[in-house]
Design a protein. Structure first.
Length: 62
């Protein structure tokens, strides 16, 4: 008689791993170009809060 194999099911208590937000790559911060003057010339960049995930770093749509 053949041996019956059984597979173990994953535990239901383990939550799925969070997916990283794509615009900020999971950091929660994005860089924005700072523009000055009448011709709006770029002078540098500053960090700002990611508006997609609101700084959490996880994808809200996943």
């Amino acid at each position: 008689m053949a041996t019956r194999r059984t597979t173990t099911k994953p535990s239901k208590n383990t939550p799925p791993a969070p997916v990283a937000c794509s615009p900020c790559d999971g950091s929660g911060m994005v860089s924005a170009t700072v523009r000055v003057g009448r011709k709006r010339r770029p002078v540098g960049q500053q960090d700002g809060l990611c508006l997609n995930c609101l700084g959490s770093g996880t994808d809200p749509n996943a």
